[in-house]
Ligand binder design. Sequence first.
Ligand code: G3P
Length: 219
Amino acid sequence: MKFFLDTANLDQIREANELGILDGVTTNPSLMAKEGIKGNANVKKHYKTICEIVNGDISAEVISTDFDGMIKEGVELSKIHKNIVVKIPMIKDGVKAMSYLNKKRIRTNCTLVFSAGQAILAAKAGATYVSPFIGRLDDIGFDGIELISQIAGIYAVQGFKTQILAASIRNPLHIIKSAEAGANVVTCPLSSIMGLLNHPLTDIGLAKFMEDHKKVNSK
Ligand code: G3P
C-alpha cells in the first residue's frame, strides 16, 4: 500500500519524505488556501516545488467544473511535471474530462467519491486513482471503511485497474482499516502517519534496554 501525504505544507512534506516512506502527495484547493498560496502562477509554482521534493505522484486539482475548463486546466497542470496527476471531481463533466484525459495519456485522480456507483464510473472513465472520502462519510454516520471494501471487491471481480486511494483519513485506525479493506493508497495528514508509531510498550521497552545497557559498562 502506498502512503501519500494529504497536504500542501512543504515542511510536513519534507518531514514525511525524510522518513523514506512517502510515495506521493495529494492537495486540494482547501489545502492550498490553508498555506496562503494566492494566484494561479503561485499555485503552479507550489506544485512544481512539491514535485521537486517528492519522487512520486502529486495530485493537482482543477478548479473548473465544466468539461472545456477541466481539460484545459488538466493539460496545463500535467505540463508542470511528469509526476502530476490531475484531480477531477466526480461530476458529469468530470467523467467526460477523465475519459478525454485518459485517451491523451494524462493520469487522473477522481475526487469527492462517496459511493460504489461513483467508483465504477471513475474506473470506466479510466481514472488512475479513485478517492473515496472515508472521514467525511464517517462524519455523517456512514461507514467509510465499508465503502473501501465494497469498491475493492467490485474492482477485483471486474478487473478494473483504477487504484483505490483512501482519502479524508483522520486517524491511524483509518490507515490500518484501509489497508485491511484493500486500499492501494492512503492519503493522510502527517499526524495520522506519526500516530502509527506510538505504543507505550515500545517506550517502556526501550527505556528498560537503555537502563540495562548502562549496567553492561558499569563496574
Ligand atoms: O484531499 C481530500 C481529502 O483527503 C480531504 O480530507 O479531512 O478535508 O475530509 P478532509
